[in-house]
Design a protein. Structure first.
Lengths: 169, 437
């Protein structure tokens, strides 16, 4: 069952990734990208990490894909892309991808991933929280500061001074 | 004298009836009965209580309540019943239909109109059914230069996302379609799909008004998702759980709105914006951009989007009830069923009416707690829905810059205030370990 799901997810993820690169229509390309990101979320579900999977859907499919769609729809694509047809680049890209996949696969297979037991229950998100507070607290504080900075920046950007002045006048 | 059908002849009417009966019988004999036999030949029949469930046995069970009741009980416990009927789609669609009728009547009363009046004998109560039949029978017109696959898929995906949202809402203890451990995160993930579907539907119509409406819907939904998520963190901090059933069960003594009124207000306002209700109905502002992103949708496609948006309304109201108003918790008002009536039967004159299979059904599936929980959940949800549709008769539409200012600089700040209130309550020991709960 898990093998069938894994194969289906792999086909969806890789197929839609190729479609995202190769499609002529940018909108369909970004929909295919959404499929890729959703497939990655499916892999997280298979890896018993529903917390990460749901955040993958909420953040990547829900927000990043929307931003990409927004950009694609609002900008004339002739201005951003100048397509250079060159088959040698494509072959070079495929070759580079194969080399990368072989190298990463060799590293993964050599890293003792086969000895991991697969019947473990899903990771409890409370454990993730406890780990964050106990062991990874500097990273947590750094993330908190970055997020606070970005939220403050968004608030500053959203505040338009000319509108405020008009209202007071 | 006016005649509705001047060429009516009784003989030809009877002939047409007989013709129809002949064709139905012929088709049944030639196709129907062989089909039934083929199906019976192929499908392995289930064995219930040690007996093979042949069609004859099944027909004989229909007449006997003591044998059909276990089947009904087994059906009530299946997943398909949960998905289609009770805590899932059917229940939500029923509440949504009631919402549409109540909304139209209430808006009419507020604006000194009559509202739906003629359909059905009483106050136009069948108006919704008439509208639905009209939408089903209308032609679906696709714009010539529309992107057809996305345009067709968008309304269906909208209803699907709304139904997925509905599936996460617990109605009574144990009565929820998908009891996810990370239910609130799943809610956030499902909410994230609505702006994508909206913008894709708006773009694929290849028309000006839908596109403007879609862009408006996109930035409104995306920018209000942030205060929505932040305003719910207070409840998560106090409960220590993301499971919606556990969150509802944790409010058996008091609802969280007592301690987190700020969060409840922020969530309510963001809920209005996510649902595109007045005063945040910029995406479908009918006085500016025709019908916004719904302009090019026609027939049942429009009907599906409306169904989806009202399912979403029910789901958001249910989420508010579960998170802030205590979910199904409430005083026990449903009386317990008199068990001796079932066990001993009802004596009416010389006859004793006795139904033997009812006792396990009432003590296992349709319990007193379930009925009471459903009653309180529905009452609270209807109250929240009333407050969602009330601003429609009261407020004007707000400007775009005011909307963004509200979302980004006021509601996010208030959501952080709410989080600090929750943390203060936790660390002061009012709530949590050693406190009230």
């Amino acid at each position: 069952m898990a093998d069938i799901a894994f194969l289906a997810l792999a086909v969806i993820t890789i197929g839609s990734a190729i479609a995202a690169l190769e499609m002529r229509s940018l909108i369909y390309g970004s929909i295919a990208l959404m499929g890729t990101l959703g497939g990655v979320a499916g892999f997280f579900f298979l890896l018993d990490a529903p917390f990460v999977a749901l955040f993958q859907i909420a953040v990547y499919v829900g927000s990043i894909a929307v931003l990409i769609l927004f950009t694609v729809m609002l900008v004339k694509r002739e201005l951003i892309f100048k397509k250079i047809e060159d088959p040698r680049r494509k072959f070079a890209g495929i070759g580079l991808m194969l080399v990368m996949m072989l190298a990463l696969g060799a590293v993964f297979i050599d890293s003792g991933i086969k000895t991991i037991t697969t019947d473990e229950p899903p990771v409890n998100f409370r454990d993730i929280g406890a780990d964050f507070v106990m062991y990874y607290w500097p990273a947590l504080i750094l993330m908190g500061l970055i997020l606070a900075g970005s939220v403050t920046g968004a608030l500053v950007l959203a505040r338009r001074e000319d509108v405020e002045n008009e209202r007071t006048n | 004298m006016s005649v509705i059908a001047p060429n009516f002849k009784l003989s030809s009417f009877i002939k047409s009836l007989l013709d129809n009966i002949f064709w139905i019988l012929l088709l049944l004999v030639l196709i129907g009965i062989p089909l039934v036999f083929m199906v019976l030949f192929v499908i392995p029949l289930p064995v219930i209580d040690g007996e093979l469930l042949t069609p004859f046995l099944a027909l004989s069970w229909i007449a006997d309540p003591s044998r059909t009741l276990p089947i009904i009980q087994a059906f009530l416990e299946t997943d398909i019943f949960r998905v289609m009927a009770f805590p899932g789609f059917g229940f939500a669609a029923l509440l949504a239909a009631g919402t549409i009728f109540a909304e139209r009547k209430m808006m009419a009363k507020i604006q000194l109109r009559v509202g739906p009046f003629y359909c059905g004998k009483f106050e136009g109560i069948l108006q919704l059914m008439g509208d639905g039949l009209k939408l089903i029978s209308k032609e679906i017109i696709i714009p010539a230069k529309a992107d057809k696959p996305i345009f067709w898929a968008a309304p269906v995906m909208f209803v699907a996302a709304a139904a997925a949202f509905v599936a996460l809402i617990p109605v009574a203890p144990g009565w929820v379609v998908a009891d996810v451990d990370l239910g609130l995160l799943a809610v956030f993930a499902v909410i994230g799909f609505f702006p994508i579907i909206t913008i894709l539907s708006a773009w694929s119509a290849n028309s000006k008004y839908p596109f403007i409406g879609g862009i408006r819907a996109l930035f409104q939904m995306v920018s209000f998702e942030i205060p929505l998520i932040l305003s719910l963190l207070g409840v998560v901090i106090l409960t220590g759980s993301l499971n919606l059933s556990e969150i509802a069960a944790s409010q058996s003594n008091f609802p969280w709105i007592i301690f987190l009124p700020v969060g409840a207000i922020v969530f309510f306002i963001t809920m209005l914006a996510e649902l595109e209700r007045i005063p945040f109905d910029l995406p479908e502002a009918e006085s500016e951009i025709v019908a916004g992103w719904l302009t090019e949708l026609s027939g049942m496609m429009y009907g599906l989007v409306q169904l989806g948006s009202y399912l979403k309304l029910y789901a958001f109201a249910g989420l508010f009830v579960v998170l802030f108003l205590g979910g199904w918790n409430g005083p026990m008002v449903v009386p317990s069923f008199p068990m001796e009536l079932i066990e001993n039967g009802i004596e009416m004159g010389p006859i004793t009416l006795k139904i033997s299979g009812l006792a396990p059904l009432l003590s296992e599936v349709i319990t007193q707690e379930m009925l009471n929980g459903t009653l309180w959940f529905v009452l609270k949800t209807v109250g929240v829905i009333f407050f969602i549709i009330l601003p429609r008769g009261v407020f004007p539409r707000i400007r775009v810059d005011m909307l963004l200012d509200l979302g980004w600089s006021k509601l996010i700040g208030l959501a952080f205030v709410n989080i600090f209130i929750a943390l203060g309550l936790l660390y002061a020991g009012v709530l949590g370990p050693g406190g009230l709960q």
